[in-house]
Design a protein around this ligand. Sequence first.
Ligand code: KG4
Ligand code: ZN
Length: 328
Amino acid sequence: MLHLAFETSCDDTSIALMEDDRLLQMVTRSQITEHLATQGVVPEVAARLHAHVIFEVLDEVLTAGKVTLSDIKYIDCTSEPGLLPSLLVGKTVAKTLARALDIPLHWIHHIEGHIFANLLERKVDDLIFPAVVLTVSWGHNEIYLWKSLYEWELLGQTRDDAAGEAFDKVAKAMWLGFPGGPIVAKYASEYTGVYQHLFPVPLLETESLDFSFSGLKSAVRREIETRRATHWGILPEHDLQEIAFEFEQAIVSVLVTKLNRAAKKMGVSTIMLAGWVSANDFLRLSLDSLSKTEGYHFFAPVKKVYSMDNAAMIGVRGYYESTRFAKI
Ligand code: KG4
Ligand code: ZN
């Protein structure tokens, strides 16, 4: 059954054409260049840009899929969380289409979409439940126990910043641009020295599955300011690489330790990654090697594009919503 999925929660206008759980076509228009001047997303500006391109993106998807709106049997759309003005653009278009075509509309939670991205190009039976899932994005940093397809429970969450936000703030403090995650990761990968534990690794209380990155972020900022003062205000390339590397090691070490702690505490043998920070190579490699030593099954979205904000993850979550009651 053909369905259309919409994702406009932040600064990507993404629409996917799906056949059940299978992605047929997807067009995603990023606004990164437009937000460079402000080094961050201004919600009002993002919403205007979504409104400007959304019908163009829709036409492209339909044309590429060689279908018309009358072939579409239902619609899925991100409802929350996200930037309210941005969400409103996608929601208005999705609701108008569903009304005009007289077809069902599924409101999808963005983070559930990120989690279900693990089902793109996989079947439910490929995943091994129960699993502990680490959601790492700009606004979310949580660990869930995913008990079965429609059943999950929150185990831990951040008490301040999420990992993506910490990456972005560190990049901003180093004047490296926006969005910070991929840039910091690139500088970190260029560093050739050894890990010296320059920054704190905030693990909180012994049993805790919560996160707190504000202390780590402040320690990185202080280090940047100290080094800048001794370099006439400009950090040399080597220092940028070293700080990025030390920060990435510290934050990934927290994420990996907590997910391992959660798996042990819950007695499960499947660990899973979701959210755009799951595109981070060092995080994926670290979880991969943890799974080898601990004997876990490790799942992450099969393509980096499925880790990013994308409409396919909303579509696959929508598909499983449409089959939810049929399967019971
Ligand atoms: O999933 P997302 O769009 O946020 C929410 O839905 O809340 O994640 C965006 C975040 C940004 O902070 C970005 O810097 C970060 O994901 N990010 C990365 C990488 N790619 C994107 N962080 C670390 N390493 C990456 N390769
Ligand atoms: Zn996201």
